[in-house]
Structures are given as C-alpha cells and as structure tokens.
Design a protein around this ligand. Structure first.
Ligand code: SF4
Length: 316
C-alpha cells in the first residue's frame, strides 16, 4: 500500500455562475521512497489538489468527491482535531512564496519552536535546541535562531520555511513552487538542499511546479495536470525522453535546453478552457496539433501505455 493514495478527487469552487471544476476526478499515489512532481500551467489545479490533501479547502471551494488515504486512513473523514494533529506531524507543507509567509515580528527560532510545541510536550530549552538543529539541517547556523525574517535573504527564508515544515519529522512533505521567484544560483542551492533532505531523512515529497527543470532535478515520478485533470503520469526519465501526451510534448519543447543544437522555442497556442462549462471531449483539443474528430466528441480516459498512464485518443 502506498503512503498516500488520492482516489478520484474532485474539488469544485462554487460561484454564482455555477461550479468551477478546479480538480476533476484525479488519482495518484506517493510511495515511501518517492518524490512526485505535479506539473502544469498556472490554474491547472495543482495547488488546489494539495490543499485538499491538507484539508485546507474553504468556501467557495469544496471537496465534492473522492478519497485521500494517508497511512490507511481517509483524511476526508478525519475530525478537525485529527486533521490539526496530522498537519505538521504527518504531512507538512511549505507554501508558495513561503519567504513571505514568515511572521515578521517573531524570530525564526520562535517560529520553529511554536510548531514543535503545537505537537509535542517538550521543554522550552529542548524546543529551542531543536530549532537550532533544524536551522543547521537546512544549512543555516543555529546562532541565527534569534534573527528576524527581514535579516535573511529570499533563499534563506525559503530554507527557514523548510526548517519549520520539517521540525516535527513529518512522514510526507509538500513543497509548492519552492524555487519560484529566486535567482538561478539560489534555485540550484535549494534544489540541492531538497535532494539532500530527501536522502538524509528518507522523506517522501510532493513537489508542485510549473518549471520542468525543477522536476528533472528532484522527482522520480511526474503527473502532468491540464485543466483540473491528470493527462499523463510517468517516471521522470520516461516523461522527459519520450513524452506521450501532446500537451506533455509541447510543454517539454517550450523549455530551453542547454544541450544539443539551438532551436526555436515552441509556445503552446491558445489558453486552457474555462472550467465553469468545460467543453465536451478532450479539454486540450483546441490547442492540440494532433486533434481528431473523436477528440471533440468524447473525453479520453486515462489508459496504460508502456508503463505510464496517458489520457489521449491517440492511445487505445
Ligand atoms: Fe490531442 Fe485528441 Fe489526444 Fe486530446 S485526445 S490530446 S485532442 S489527440
């Protein structure tokens, strides 16, 4: 049994105009030794999906279907108290732009000890010592525990966010766009840190990004999302070397490569469909260079193809 199993998850936003199907019937799993990358354009439902895992969905958003099984228990049937205990101790999340989520009037050490005290009965001194160790774990001197967030650079604040998230030894870590907005050198340092943490702590990770290079650096498995659905799931190497879904192919072609001959970058024409009244058939059809008649008539199911899952009528 996988550590986390998401089954047929549906999260809709209810507006006056109707239900926006932000996440529509997606399934994926994360094993104990896995780093899963969730990738896709902005608005494809990646963050909504992981917010559902943390049970953060709030009105007008609502989880309308599915199961989220973590260590044999369905998170969606847990009580509020059980969910509170799960957050931080079972599953921890570093939010997008975590560097801006730190409390400006608390030292970073206080912010780490606050999380520890929420979950564990330890003395102030023990919690402080652990806060220092957490900072050292992410490459920051323990002496900086007394510093305030404004005394750190953007990359260091992101490290502090990871130190806070891992303070109570969670069994699964979710990172939402961990390197977005940082310069490439700091990005490289953070990706090295994420790989190092995964190796040292044996920590399974779900990593959300729109940046393919981040996935290539860190993930063992990738799920490509488009308009609230998973359109391809494969191991990271297979997806890069031989993407199957036309959207995955274009996504990969639209990123520059520093290897091989220089070529023109491909852009994906058009925009994803509105999810209030999504079209019949394949949601990618208006943008797809391989579209056929059937694509306008029937939604392609997710089928197995050469050890991966792909939702496209090109594969029967
Ligand atoms: Fe393109 Fe049709 Fe496949 Fe959709 S189902 S991705 S339109 S070929």
């Amino acid at each position: 049994m996988a550590l986390l199993e998401v089954e047929n998850l549906k999260v809709y936003y209810f507006t006056r105009a109707g239900a926006v199907k932000a996440v529509d019937d997606i399934s994926f799993s994360v094993d104990k030794d896995e780093t899963l990358g969730l990738i896709g354009e902005s608005g494809c439902g990646k963050t909504t999906a992981v917010f559902a895992i943390m049970r953060f969905a709030a009105p007008p958003g609502r989880i309308v279907g599915g199961k989220i099984i973590f260590e044999d228990r369905d998170i969606l049937t847990m009580s509020e108290e059980e969910v509170r205990l799960l957050r931080g101790k079972g599953i921890a999340m570093v939010f997008q732009a975590a560097q801006n989520a730190l409390n400006p009037v608390m030292t970073v050490g206080q912010q780490i000890t606050e999380v520890i005290h929420q979950h564990e009965q330890v003395t102030k001194e023990e919690a402080w010592e652990r806060a220092r160790k957490q900072l050292e774990l992410v490459g920051i001197s323990g002496d900086r525990a007394k510093s305030y967030p404004h005394e750190f650079s953007g990359g260091m604040k992101q490290r502090v966010g990871i130190a806070i998230a891992t303070a109570c030894n969670p069994r699964l870590l979710i990172l939402d766009e961990p390197v977005t907005g940082l310069d490439v050198i700091v990005q490289r340092q953070l990706l090295n840190l994420i790989n190092d943490l995964r190796a040292r702590l044996g920590l399974p990770i779900i990593l959300i990004t729109h940046d393919l290079s981040v996935i290539a650096e860190t993930c063992s498995k990738v799920a490509v999302m488009y308009a609230g659905k998973i359109v391809e799931e494969a191991d990271a190497v297979s997806l890069y070397e031989d993407p199957a879904h036309p959207y995955s192919k274009l996504l990969i072609k639209s990123y520059p490569s520093i290897k091989g001959e220089k070529g023109k970058l491909v852009s994906i024409p058009g925009a994803p469909p509105g999810l209030l009244n999504p079209p019949v058939g394949c949601y990618f059809e208006p943008r797809c260079p391989s579209a056929m008649d059937i694509c306008r008539e029937a939604e392609p199911p997710l089928v197995k193809k050469d050890g991966r899952l792909v939702a496209c009528h090109l594969y029967k």
